[in-house]
Write a protein that binds this ligand. Structure first.
Ligand SMILES: CC(C)(COP(=O)(O)OP(=O)(O)OC[C@H]1O[C@@H](n2cnc3c(N)ncnc32)[C@H](O)[C@@H]1OP(=O)(O)O)[C@@H](O)C(=O)NCCC(=O)NCCS
Length: 181
């Protein structure tokens, strides 16, 4: 799919080196991710290989042949949480604020729901207003705040927990009542 100047396509293991590089670029901003730097290359290759083999959606945003964004949803491993996935997203700095994140997120949510993810959850730093605003337009709601859950040097930051339920679950208000006993 082409959206403006970016191509959104499934990621493959061949993207691992570029993925590692891009995660490193965003991590080193020390504003948006929980990593302070890129994970090890071996860690990225193993993560991507295992997650693709598990059937998780991994989307790549590409501009002029270069990886400029990623969005993925990784399924939880416990059987009772197999309907739940954790979403991650990031764009290279020069590609932000132009609607590409929205496009990438929409394609990834659609892919996740085709794969029967019924709850997509994520965390964001509470001061990541752009990401939180984007998530809210896509049906994610704030479920809680983890106070002072991250520390960057001397600065403590709150983390917001958010989730989006698939339409079939959003209407089901019996879920918690049934679980009460
Ligand atoms: C979060 C991110 C993926 C969003 O993608 P993006 O392309 O920058 O965002 P978009 O241009 O699609 O804008 C999405 C919405 O955010 C809102 N928004 C944009 N800039 C904003 C700002 N500075 N403050 C608050 N809201 C803002 C707008 O509501 C916009 O929707 P609209 O176009 O309908 O008005 C991208 O900014 C990014 O990679 N940030 C760094 C990494 C990161 O934060 N990852 C998420 C960690 S939880």
């Amino acid at each position: 799919m082409i959206d403006g100047k970016i191509l959104i396509r499934p990621m493959s293991i061949d993207d691992a080196v570029d993925f590692n590089r891009l995660v490193g670029v965003v991590a080193r901003e020390h504003r948006y991710l929980r990593f302070l730097d890129a994970p090890s290359m071996e860690g990225t290759v193993n993560f991507l290989r295992d997650s693709l083999a598990a059937g998780n959606p991994h989307l790549a945003a590409v501009a002029d042949g270069e990886l400029v964004g990623w969005c993925d949803v990784c399924r939880h491993s416990f059987e009772i949480e197999a309907h739940v996935g954790r979403l991650g997203i990031g764009l290279a700095p020069e590609f932000r604020g132009r609607g590409f994140g929205k496009a990438l997120l929409d394609v990834t949510i659609a892919a996740a729901e085709r794969l029967d993810f019924q709850r997509i959850e994520l965390t964001a730093f509470a001061d990541n207003h752009r990401a939180i605003a984007l998530y809210e337009t896509r049906g994610f709601v704030r479920e809680g705040i983890m106070r002072a859950a991250a520390r960057f040097g001397d600065a403590y930051r709150d983390i917001v927990q958010m989730a989006r339920l698939a339409p079939s679950l959003s209407d089901n208000d019996a879920t918690t009542a049934e679980a009460a006993d």
